[in-house]
Design a protein around this ligand. Structure first.
Ligand SMILES: NC(=O)C1=CN([C@@H]2O[C@H](COP(=O)(O)OP(=O)(O)OC[C@H]3O[C@@H](n4cnc5c(N)ncnc54)[C@H](OP(=O)(O)O)[C@@H]3O)[C@@H](O)[C@H]2O)C=CC1
Ligand SMILES: O=C(O)CCC(=O)C(=O)O
Ligand SMILES: [Mg+2]
Length: 416
């Protein structure tokens, strides 16, 4: 495919085999979107870390051929018109399979809807994978942060994030409310004249593919349990459906390797994975009081958004929380930091690049380049244990050497 503004570097396309395994040459083309706000700072710093890790791990035999893709404010500049998510950016990720992105701005209220959510939906990246583990030395607001070791599987294409909503006072919302009241017998809209209405689609297919991915991950990585986090006591058919369909799936497809908590009195037979559930509000307090009881988490879109920032805080904050958006069937994967554009720090070369750098660590692992991934972990761990950190950690540590974003990246590279 030819592109208008995207320059394709010398290298090879990553291909997905029939078994879902990727075919990766020694010079794979990988897309990157710099992002808005702090995006350029953390992308530049992370690039330094990723490229050095690959060079060091493979002695120059392997290298990533980076291909810049445009979205957000930079897309407006490059294309010379108000174009937030050019079609060719999505096409290029479709064609080249793997990419990484910095955060993109979403204005609150009016204006464009989330470009991040649009990318996930257009590419059907149904899993938002966010591992949460503690790096020794990172300052944390909890007493025993090392007890937090969870991997969040957040459903990425449905729920309230589908963006089906109508604003209060519009003819459209009036039509929806009339339909609900007159044709569906709804009597519970407290203030019908001034309500906005949002719709929350949650399907059997969407829930099953997400929960299946979480179970497969747990089995492959010898994890102890999968917890379905939901608010099914209130939203019976959407959040409650998610839980029930998850349990049905385990009983139907995984009976030989996994057990539903209620079926085994919370004691799975030896060697079997425990699948349990927890109501989301209770879960958010238990991650502070009893984190060791949770392992792999499967949840819906909105819960997953809240849960991932709350969990990130337990291990030091969103400055160090990585993530990936993945479709395990097509092999498409878009890696990204958990945090946003932190506009007040834009261009100051100040923030922590770890969240994006570690998303790149996940990317390298996804390509099978584990040696390079390990070097990134090692460099970050050593920098933190030497107390060389960015402002977010420095303000919670004693005797820390506070450095900027690019100097932190240099400190990591020196310690690989
Ligand atoms: N995937 C994406 O692209 C996402 C995009 N967004 C978008 O980002 C914009 C800003 O959102 P906002 O709610 O302010 O959330 P942000 O995550 O951008 O920032 C909130 C706070 O988190 C801390 N923080 C964020 N990133 C870092 C970092 N790298 N290092 C250290 N600290 C960090 C800062 O805390 P402190 O002030 O304490 O220093 C910051 O003020 C919005 O438009 C939002 O929609 C939001 C989330 C995800
Ligand atoms: O796209 C956005 O504005 C928010 C996305 C978000 O918060 C997330 O992915 O965690
Ligand atoms: Mg979020």
């Amino acid at each position: 495919m030819s592109y208008q503004k995207i320059k394709i570097p010398a290298g090879d396309r990553i291909l997905a085999g029939k078994d879902g395994k990727l075919q990766v040459s020694d010079r794979p083309v990988v897309g990157f979107i710099e992002g808005d706000g702090i995006g350029p700072d953390i992308t530049k710093a992370s690039m330094m870390i990723w490229n050095r890790a690959v060079e060091k791990a493979y002695g120059g035999k392997r290298a990533i051929a980076w291909m810049e893709l445009f979205a957000g404010e930079k897309a407006n500049e490059v294309y010379g018109e108000p174009l937030w998510l050019p079609g060719e950016t999505v096409d290029a990720i479709r064609e080249y399979l793997v990419a990484i992105k910095g955060p993109l701005t979403t204005p609150i209220g009016g204006g464009i809807r989330s470009l991040n959510v649009a990318l996930r939906q257009q590419l059907d990246l149904y899993v938002c994978l966010r591992p949460v583990r503690y790096y020794a030395g990172v300052p944390s607001p909890v007493k025993s942060p090392e007890k937090t070791d969870m991997v969040v599987f957040r459903e990425n294409t449905e729920d309230i994030y589908a963006g089906i909503e109508w604003n209060a006072g519009t003819p459209e919302v009036k039509k929806v409310i009339d339909f609900l009241q007159n044709e569906m017998g709804v009597k519970k809209i407290r203030f019908p004249e001034t309500s906005s209405i949002g719709v929350k689609p949650v399907s059997v297919e969407g829930s099953e593919r997400l929960i299946r991915a979480a179970i497969e991950y747990a089995l492959k990585n010898n994890r102890r349990s999968v917890t379905l986090v939901h608010k099914g006591n209130i939203m019976k058919f959407t959040e409650g459906g998610f839980k029930n369909w998850g349990y049905d799936l385990v009983r139907r497809e995984y009976a030989d390797v996994a057990a539903v908590a209620a079926d085994c009195d919370w004691n799975p037979p030896a060697g079997k994975l425990l699948v349990k559930d927890c109501i989301c509000d209770a879960f958010l307090q238990q991650i502070l009081t009893r984190p060791e009881e949770y392992d792999v988490i499967a949840t819906m879109n909105l819960n997953g958004d809240y849960v991932s920032d709350a969990l990130a805080a337990c291990v030091g904050g969103i400055g160090i929380a990585p993530g990936a958006n993945i479709n395990y069937t097509t092999g498409h994967a878009l890696f990204e930091a958990t945090h946003g554009t932190a506009p007040k720090y834009a261009g100051l070369d100040k923030v922590n690049p770890c969240s994006l750098a570690l998303s790149g660590e996940m990317l390298l692992r996804h390509l099978g380049w584990t040696e390079a991934a390990e070097l990134i972990n090692q460099g970050i761990e050593k920098a933190i244990s030497d107390r060389v950190v960015t402002y977010d950690f420095a303000r919670m540590m004693e005797n820390a050497t506070e450095v900027g974003c690019s100097d932190f990246a240099k400190a990591v590279v020196e310690r690989m």
